[in-house]
Design a protein around this ligand. Structure first.
Ligand code: GDP
Length: 335
């Protein structure tokens, strides 16, 4: 018999922790809350829910139909992987606050107003009009109050929908807002179902006028490195503290491995300075171009990990050549 979560109405299941309706064990005789509603109710915390592409389309379409303010969250550390056209195009008719999360990862010298200028430029480039741009750190709580002020200003008595790709920090941001602004959560966290959806959306009553923060599932970026690996490697790839850029000189016919994920080789031209902005848990290893293949064959999953031994067979590699103009700085971004 199908059993539904008493909080959000999702069909209960015990197979996948990242999908809606997850519980460790389904008890027949009891009012059961899924893990997400249980944690929300008891700890003021929302575990993340992932969506397939089709689910995602449906969820975004559903959000569009509602008369609400949208908070679109992107990851400052993976902007191109989280600012995706598929989502942007759908959000064009809405009132949108663009929130760039994980500010704490950038070097301390990074100026917030420069980031906002750059984000404005990136939005203008694709004619995407947003009502406000905020730079925050959900995990450190930086600039959360400023964001809340803007939400209050722009909400006009409506619900607020949080959308974004998986891993941009959507759950962390909602959790940060809940923890900061709803100290007595127990009164608030009766969750409710939005009619007409298959319950991947969760409404959290939050505002004094009974309007809600609405959590939506995160789309997995299928072009990103994370999607090519198993969750066991995520903690190595995702940085958790301020990135310390490290500069290496790559001389002619030399290469730099970034664990077993990336290898950058200077094939032709003058020596270049190569500044790495990666998680400190990734290993940077320099070698000669002629040794690359041998190192790759013998050390993948060992010195060059991630990928781990278990992941070697699922990772696919690609080769790209770039011509770099020595007079300008250029970025290579691995989503
Ligand atoms: P979601 O999939 O969008 O809901 O993302 P999560 O909230 O689960 O966060 C994904 C990962 O990013 C987790 O490892 C978080 O700890 C981390 N994270 C979230 N927000 C921040 C932040 O502001 N700074 C840093 N450094 N990490 C963050």
């Amino acid at each position: 018999m199908i059993k539904r979560c008493f909080g959000c109405g999702a069909i209960l299941q015990s197979d996948d922790e990242h999908k809606s309706g997850y519980v460790q064990a389904i008890k027949e005789d009891k009012e059961t809350f899924c893990k997400r509603c249980f944690r929300l109710k008891n700890y003021n915390e929302l575990p993340k829910i992932l969506a397939t592409k089709e689910d995602y389309e449906r969820v975004v379409d559903n959000v569009l139909e509602k008369n609400g303010l949208v908070v679109l969250i992107v990851d400052l550390f993976d902007f191109s992987g989280s600012f995706i056209p598929q989502m942007i195009n759908k959000l064009r008719p809405k009132n949108v606050i663009l929130v760039a999360n994980k500010y704490d990862l950038l070097p301390k010298s990074t100026n917030v107003s420069n980031i906002v200028k750059w984000l404005t430029y990136m939005c203008n480039r694709i004619f995407f009009k947003v009502d406000a741009i905020h730079v925050v750190s959900s995990s450190k709580g930086y600039y959360i109050d400023d964001l809340m002020n803007t939400i209050d200003l722009l909400r006009s008595g409506k619900d607020v929908y949080f959308v974004g790709c998986a891993n941009v920090g959507k759950s962390s941001l909602i959790n940060a807002l809940l923890k900061r602004f709803t100290p007595t959560t127990k009164n608030l966290v009766s969750t409710s179902v939005i009619p007409g959806t298959t319950l991947d959306i969760i409404k959290i009553p939050f505002f004094e006028d009974n309007k809600a923060l609405v959590d939506t599932p995160g789309l997995i970026n299928s072009n990103g490195i994370l999607d090519k690996l198993l969750p066991q490697s995520y903690d190595k790839i995702l940085p958790f503290k301020e990135i310390k850029p490290i500069t290496y000189q790559i001389i002619k016919e030399n290469s730099v491995f970034v664990s077993g994920l990336v290898c950058v080789s200077l094939i032709e031209g003058e020596n270049v300075a190569f500044t790495c902005y990666f998680s400190d848990k990734l290993v940077i290893h320099r070698t000669k171009n002629e040794k690359v293949q041998e190192l790759f064959n013998t050390q993948l999953g060992k010195l060059l990990t991630p990928p781990t031994i278990e992941e070697i067979d699922i990772v696919k590699y690609d080769t790209k050549e770039y011509v770099i103009n020595a007079k300008t700085k250029q970025d290579i971004v691995f989503s």
